[in-house]
Design a protein around this ligand. Structure first.
Ligand code: GLU
Length: 478
């Protein structure tokens, strides 16, 4: 059997971390089995679906490297297939029109509540006579279509992550609506609904394995009944664990991030984020933690996906991101960092300054955890004036500091190399008979306003290339 899986996002918001992680598992599973990964956009909720969300989902998946083999397919372009399936179910007597008004349904729920019963549709229009139907039609009522769910039926499947799962038909809320009321006179029914559309698509697209979040478990029970009613083979199911915050609750907007865009803006890079998502609920058999999607796919299996919720661990994501940032070349980092610098208002002239920027990146890259850190790390190279912090202020009054800096000004060269800088340090240490540490700290203070930072000689060389080393030091001693 060839493996065919799909990710089926609803374009009612930007690409969500939960959806993206489901996409990762589907992608890994497909690639492990040389299968096919399909993108299907479930856009039947016309009020909430927006084309810009579809664009965001597509670009987010592409950014993460989760390329799809088929699609995107859009459910709004496939309505005829759903209509045919609904008609088939009506013809087979497995579905029927229900004429209940919203007031009647509300009253039903109130009565159930008063009797401490779970709310459900009580199947009251399941066996309407032709006369009753004619009467409702004459009243101008418009029906929804409901699919019959037998209360006594037990729905059992072997979930590839959760093992045996079973649902009682009576726990599914009564006969389920599969189509809304008709919009046009003469139509038997209106807009097809989610569970029906998913099943029709999964049958039509030959989906072999449905891998999706555990919040869909109740839908799976209903959908299995639909597969059977439509005479189709039921695919395998695997329900992935939810992503939880540090308090063990579902990761939500309150945690500050939900969409892949949020993570991108926070300075995470795609290979690190996708690597992290791979580990959200799955462990590699060899306990490796750093891998590309391709590498992970060779070892991926659903058996190694946890049932329990996956806790989102920011420290781990930061750690992974830094591992990736420290590995990639300055040439690759350059285009990733420029947007953050530009957003911070730093003037970048790529044509003139490319080599200088690459040297700057080489200098600060070891201190980066997120791309956003580069704003702070590079600030002193892009601003004219510097401010001394409290500690630096105090140090600036220490004996010898100003003398060292005066000497540096005297020794100023317009094209300083690292060797030159080293020579100047040595010379000053000798001439002033002071410790090298004092000289280094003084120069750092004069150049950066700080007492700590990246490699001093290289910092000096870079500021010199920008022509701001001397003026900086002058501003500190005056
Ligand atoms: N459209 C559904 C969602 O975004 C997914 C349905 C499915 O995977 O079957 O949650």
């Amino acid at each position: 059997m060839s493996v065919r899986v799909r990710i089926a996002p609803s374009p009612t918001g930007n690409l969500h971390i939960g959806t993206a992680r489901t996409a990762v598992f589907n992608w890994l599973f497909a690639h492990h089995h040389q299968g096919t990964f399909i993108l299907r956009v479930e856009d039947t909720d016309l009020d909430r679906s927006k084309p810009e969300y579809t664009d965001n989902i597509k670009s987010g998946l592409t950014w993460l490297g989760l390329n799809w083999d088929e699609g995107p397919f859009f459910q709004t372009e496939r309505l005829d297939y759903y209509r045919q399936a609904i008609q088939t179910l009506l013809d087979k007597g497995l579905a029927y029109p229900c004429y209940c008004t919203s007031e009647e349904l509300e009253a039903m729920r109130e009565t159930q509540k008063a009797h401490n019963q779970a709310p459900r549709y009580d199947n009251r229009h399941r066996n309407l006579s032709p006369e009753e139907i004619a009467k409702f039609e004459a009243e101008g009522r418009k029906p929804v279509i409901r699919f019959k769910i037998d209360d006594h039926e037990q729905i059992v499947w072997h979930d590839l992550i959760r093992g045996k799962v079973s649902w009682q038909g009576s726990d599914l809320g009564g006969d389920m609506v599969i189509a809304r009321t008709p919009e046009k006179d003469g139509d038997t029914f209106g807009q097809p609904l989610y569970n029906l559309a998913v099943v029709v698509d999964d049958i039509d697209m030959n989906i072999s394995h449905v891998i999706r979040g555990e919040d869909h478990i109740a839908n799976t029970a209903k959908q299995i009944l639909l597969y059977q009613a439509l005479g189709a083979k039921v695919p395998e199911f695997a329900h992935t664990p939810l992503i939880l915050n540090s308090e063990g609750k579902k990761l939500s907007k309150r945690d500050g991030v939900t969409s892949i865009d949020d993570f991108r803006k926070m300075g995470f890079i795609a290979p690190a984020l996708v690597n992290y998502m791979t580990l959200l609920g799955w462990t590699s058999p060899d306990s490796e933690e750093i891998f590309t999607l391709e590498e992970a796919s060779t070892k991926f299996s659903l058996e190694r996906v946890n049932k329990a919720g996956a806790k989102f661990d920011w420290d781990k994501l930061d750690w992974l991101n830094s591992q990736y940032l420290h590995k990639i070349s300055t040439e690759e980092l350059l285009p990733l960092l420029i947007p953050y610098w530009q957003e911070a208002g730093y003037q970048i002239n790529l044509d003139n300054d490319k080599d200088w920027l690459l040297e700057l990146i080489a200098l600060i890259a070891p201190s980066l955890t997120r791309l956003t850190d580069a704003v702070k790390e590079a600030k002193l190279f892009f601003t004219d004036s510097i401010n001394l912090g409290e500690e630096a202020q105090e140090f600036s009054t220490q004996e010898g500091v100003k003398e060292v800096l005066q000497q540096v000004i005297n020794a100023h060269k317009s094209e300083l190399t690292s060797d030159d800088a080293n020579g100047i340090v040595k010379q000053i240490t000798k001439d002033l008979k002071v410790k090298k540490g004092l000289v280094m700290r003084s120069i750092r203070l004069g150049l950066t306003g700080e007492l700590h930072g990246p490699d001093l000689l290289q910092t000096w060389v870079l500021l010199n290339k920008k022509g701001i080393d001397k003026t900086r030091i002058e501003s500190v001693i005056n």
